[in-house]
Design a protein around this ligand. Structure first.
Ligand SMILES: [Ca+2]
Length: 140
C-alpha cells in the first residue's frame, strides 16, 4: 500500500478522468488487483476503483509510461477536491517474484491532471518571468 500527499491544495475533479495509475509493463495488465482510494483529510478514504477506465487523459510529464498498462480514474466518484491518493494492491505471488512470475499489481507511476501549484511555485514562476524580462530589457 502506498499513499501520495498532493499537499493542501490537492487535486481537482474536472470533466472526464482525473487520475492515471501506471502499472509496470510486465506480464499481464492487472489493474483489477489494485484498489484506488482518495481522501481529503488523510483519515477517511473512499474507494473510487469502480470509475476505472481505459481512456487515458494526456498529462504533461507522464510520457514514457505504457498506456497499455495505464488506467484512469474519475474523482467525481468522491467529490470535487482530494488531497491524498492511496493505492492498495493485492499481490498473490511469492514475495520478490513480481517480475518473474508473481501475480498482482506492480505500480509504476501515478499522475493527476489538475494538481494546483503551491504558492511557492507561483513565486518561483514569477521570479523566472522577472529574470526573463530583465534579460530581454538588457538586450535592447
Ligand atoms: Ca472528473
Amino acid at each position: 500500500m502506498v499513499t501520495y500527499d498532493f499537499g493542501p491544495s490537492g487535486f481537482l475533479n474536472l470533466s472526464g478522468a482525473d487520475i492515471v495509475v501506471y502499472e509496470t509493463q510486465w506480464g499481464s495488465e492487472e489493474s483489477s488487483s489494485a484498489n484506488i482510494l482518495v481522501s481529503l483529510d488523510g483519515i477517511s478514504y473512499t474507494d473510487i476503483s469502480t470509475s476505472r477506465s481505459t481512456s487515458i487523459p494526456s498529462i504533461a510529464g507522464a510520457t514514457g509510461h505504457s498506456l497499455t498498462f495505464a488506467r484512469s480514474y474519475d474523482l467525481s466518484a468522491f467529490g470535487d477536491l482530494a488531497r491524498y491518493l492511496r493505492i492498495s494492491g493485492n499481490v498473490t505471488g511469492a514475495p520478490g517474484q513480481s517480475n518473474s512470475g508473481g501475480t498482482g499489481f506492480d505500480l509504476d507511476a501515478v499522475a493527476v491532471a489538475t494538481a494546483i501549484p503551491e504558492p511557492s511555485t507561483y513565486a518561483a514562476l514569477l521570479g523566472a518571468a522577472t529574470l526573463g524580462l530583465a534579460l530581454w530589457r538588457r538586450r535592447r
